[in-house]
Design a protein around this ligand. Sequence first.
Ligand code: SF4
Length: 362
Amino acid sequence: MNNLRHDWTQQEIIDLYNKPLMDLLFEAASVHRKSHDPNVVQVSTLLSIKTGGCPEDCGYCPQAARYHTNIEGNDLMSVSQVKAQALRAKSSGSSRVCMGAAWRNVKDGPEFDQVLEMVRTINKLDMEVCCTLGMITENQAMRLAEAGLYAYNHNLDTSEDYYKEVISTRGFEDRLQTIENVRKTNVTVCSGGIIGMGESIADRAGMLVALSRLNPQPESVPINALVAVEGTPMEDEKPVEIWEMIRMVATTRIVMPETQVRLSAGRNGMSREGQAMCFFAGANSIFAGDKLLTTPNPDVNEDMKMFAALGLEPQKPFTKMVQPQTVEAEDSAFASLGEKPKWSRPGHNIERNLNASGKKAV
Ligand code: SF4
């Protein structure tokens, strides 16, 4: 990526976000057309390969074991189950499968080996493979790359300041470290965040400052609207207004012109017209499938009807980068190191997280 700005200030981004909407939309759409075909949208399918029971305390997440939600947890899926789901996703127009596991961090061992086999299997189906598995070491990133991983997702979630109001079990710097570990490989980076968690516009801008300072900037930036799930600390947060989503997408597009901006969680509550405005504002990727990990998402047939109505085409796989090669497990150049990295655990009190988990502040 060349000629991209890594020196955006928070105030510049706030000013962009608050522009009159028609001016903001016009500027974002103009930037978008310089680097992307405005009629092509990338379609990813998100698969929860291991659901629930997570030890972390992310205030937005129904998969955290400490909150009282109605999530049905499951152990790690088998490679054949994942392959069947990937084939289904491919036949309905997805070019990418993103596999999510509710882990704090990856641990070397049979489960990670199984995930590596899933990566090899999906890459051989000629689909882009993405994983979101929590924090990873450099060696684990190398092993994922060798298996044929196309992208690794690790969201910054929000600004560094507001992060402390959302999660106490790990620090913002761990997110940056994992992204740095992924950057030692050819795997692309997918990193974005969530709006509607009670953060200010300055926090939204702060997150975009942090993402735009990454060099290279993430190839993909998901923008999620909070889905407030009962039993989580954020169950009472007001739904994000469509105008906020459009402004956030447009601002992201201007700040990071070459990235793929993904409309992610919260699309279920958006009208087709609202989504069309997001595409005009520069969103050029969506998650398909009737579930996003654990929360509802539009049905894939509805999405294809919307694409037809808007004249949009799904992006073909490996349009932006060549397909990685898959190295078989027996030919791997990397041994499992069995590392025990010391990821941080700030452990500060976040009142709403403690209330939702039924614990008292210490
Ligand atoms: S967002 Fe990820 S790390 Fe946080 S609680 Fe949910 S599954 Fe765990």
